[in-house]
Design a protein around this ligand. Sequence first.
Ligand SMILES: *[C@@H]1O[C@H](CO)[C@@H](O)[C@H](O)[C@H]1NC(C)=O
Ligand SMILES: *[C@@H]1O[C@H](CO)[C@@H](O)[C@H](O)[C@H]1NC(C)=O
Ligand SMILES: *[C@@H]1O[C@H](CO)[C@@H](O)[C@H](O)[C@H]1NC(C)=O
Ligand SMILES: *[C@@H]1O[C@H](CO)[C@@H](O)[C@H](O)[C@H]1NC(C)=O
Ligand SMILES: *[C@@H]1O[C@H](CO)[C@@H](O)[C@H](O)[C@H]1NC(C)=O
Length: 324
Amino acid sequence: MLRLIPLSTLLLITSASILPLSERSPLPLIIWHGLGDNYDADGLKSVGDLANETNPGTFVYNIRLDEDPGSDRTATFFGNITLQIAQVCEDLASHPILSTAPAVNALGFSQGGQFLRGYIERCNLPPVRNLITFGSQHNGIAKYQTCGAADWVCKGAMALLRTNTWSDYVQSHLVPAQYFRSTNASTGEPSSEYLEHSNFLADINNEREGKNATYAENLASLDNFIMYVFEDDTTVIPKESGWFAQTNLTSGDVTDLRDRTIYKEDWIGLKKLDEKGGLVFKTTEGGHMQLNDKELVYLFKTYFAPPKAAWEVVGEVLQEIVEL
Ligand SMILES: *[C@@H]1O[C@H](CO)[C@@H](O)[C@H](O)[C@H]1NC(C)=O
Ligand SMILES: *[C@@H]1O[C@H](CO)[C@@H](O)[C@H](O)[C@H]1NC(C)=O
Ligand SMILES: *[C@@H]1O[C@H](CO)[C@@H](O)[C@H](O)[C@H]1NC(C)=O
Ligand SMILES: *[C@@H]1O[C@H](CO)[C@@H](O)[C@H](O)[C@H]1NC(C)=O
Ligand SMILES: *[C@@H]1O[C@H](CO)[C@@H](O)[C@H](O)[C@H]1NC(C)=O
């Protein structure tokens, strides 16, 4: 039976942009892996493949600090994050494909999430359009994680960490120390050692007197910042760090980001981003880094899909009419 096409449908068809092909291909995706992982690992590859399957033609680049996977893994424990981020900035800005893209999307796993945020705040060239972080330590950690039984690189790092987190040596050589955040138990304010010596987190969160306005501008320029916390995360202490929340470890009370000064005074642009609807708080089932494909596909479809071509919109509308 022939049906009249409603006006709204016609409007939808005519308003669908007729973009040239290049603007319809998905943006490249950069992925920064977590502590103890490496850029060449199978798990990371399958995430990249899933992104390409979901949005065909997605160019995926796994961030690395060394072409040798073993050395890249070691760099997740040892190194100066300031220098590591500077190196990644150079790598991306000189990459033949990434540097010519209008923008990229970014996916950060665990500590890779706050390091991508560091990339955005400090460099952002190529600019990131959507940032997704899983189980990241945006408000730092209050405890160091335990190492696998036979993970000697991890054990070596942790042994050094316990000596003196705030020494300049540790702050410039041991990665997790650079996002360790200690607070005064009675006031909840960051400790003076942290404010004075933190090589990474206190700076990137603009917690010191002198705030860097570029950091806030760059982060607020994102379309979306989607932050995942794993419901049963026992590796990141406290897990609510993944949402920039502050947790009282004695009482378990959580102060949400929106009730914290970093948000209210908008030190890093999160309030601005939130006001335009770009700040997304999500949870996912399971322990630290227990990713599920369904969630990833949903994310890739929702945030990483290229704008639709007119013919695709027409096709979908026609299909709907047929199904009516
Ligand atoms: C994406 O998938 C296509 C089709 O399977 C393949 O030819 C291409 O090499 C993949 N691209 C990347 C970056 O993996
Ligand atoms: C703020 O950060 C930008 C980007 O990293 C840097 O170029 C600039 O020197 C910083 N400004 C201050 C005052 O530290
Ligand atoms: C680590 O980075 C900080 C900040 O740029 C710098 O002051 C310090 O000298 C670096 N440490 C080493 C060992 O390079
Ligand atoms: C915590 O803050 C209170 C109140 O400002 C102060 O008296 C105390 O010395 C601080 N404790 C530490 C360990 O810095
Ligand atoms: C944390 O909780 C404990 C126990 O309820 C309480 O005594 C302490 O004052 C709280 N600290 C802050 C900063 O709220």
